[in-house]
Design a protein around this ligand. Structure first.
Ligand code: NI
Length: 186
C-alpha cells in the first residue's frame, strides 16, 4: 500500500502533456497502478490520473459508484485506461458540478459532452472501446483532460459558480450529499 501525495493546482507538472505508454504488463506499470489505486481510495476520489502523483504517462483510473444524482447510471467497476482517445457522440452538452483532488475543497460547474466514445487499452495492452453517457462520460473527460495538462477550472464557462464546498452548500447552491463527490474525477 503506497498512498502518494497528490499534486495541487499551481504545480507546473499538472500542466504537462503526458507521454503515451508503449510497454504493458510490466512490474513498474503494475506498481504505479497500485499506487494510484491506493491514493484514489485514500482520498475517496472517483478517478485519478498518473500525473496527479507526478508521473507524466497517459494513464488514468476511475470507478463510478451508484450515485443518487444519476439513478440511471450503471456503476462502473474500477477501470484502468491507458492512452485514451475520446470522441464525442453527438453535440449534446450538459453542465454539472466537478471537483478534483488537485483542487481540494472546491467545486465548479463544468460543461461536458453528454455522450462520448472512448478507446484505449488496459494495463495488459488489451483494447478498450466503450460508449459512455452522463456521469461516466464526465469522469472520463475530466481524467483525460489531466493527460493534456488541463484542469476542470479551465473548462468552466462561468467562474461565478466556483467556490469552496462549505460555502456553496451554505448558500444552497447544491446539496453536499448529492455531489458526485470529489468527483468527477478528482
Ligand atoms: Ni481531477
Amino acid at each position: 500500500m503506497a498512498v502518494k501525495k497528490v499534486l495541487r493546482i499551481g504545480n507546473p507538472l499538472l500542466k504537462t502533456r503526458c507521454r503515451s505508454i508503449t510497454e504493458f504488463d510490466t512490474s513498474e506499470l503494475h506498481t504505479l497502478i497500485q499506487d494510484m489505486r491506493d491514493t484514489m481510495q485514500a482520498e475517496q476520489g472517483a478517478g485519478l490520473a498518473a500525473i496527479q502523483i507526478g508521473i507524466p504517462l497517459r494513464l488514468v483510473i476511475f470507478s463510478v459508484d451508484a450515485n443518487p444524482r444519476y439513478p440511471e447510471a450503471e456503476p462502473i467497476p474500477e477501470t484502468v485506461l491507458i492512452n485514451p482517445v475520446i470522441e464525442p457522440v453527438g453535440t449534446g452538452m450538459e453542465t454539472d458540478w466537478e471537483g478534483c483532488l488537485s483542487v481540494p475543497g472546491l467545486r465548479g460547474l463544468v460543461p461536458r459532452y453528454q455522450t462520448i466514445r472512448y478507446t484505449g487499452t488496459d494495463q495488459y495492452g488489451q483494447p478498450i472501446a466503450t460508449t459512455a453517457s452522463g456521469f461516466h462520460a464526465r469522469v472520463v473527460q475530466h481524467e483525460v483532460d489531466h493527460l493534456d495538462g488541463i484542469l476542470y477550472v479551465e473548462r468552466m464557462q462561468d467562474m461565478k459558480s466556483f467556490g469552496f464546498v462549505e460555502e456553496l452548500a451554505a448558500a444552497g447552491v447544491f446539496e453536499r450529499q448529492c455531489i458526485p463527490c470529489e468527483t468527477s474525477g478528482e
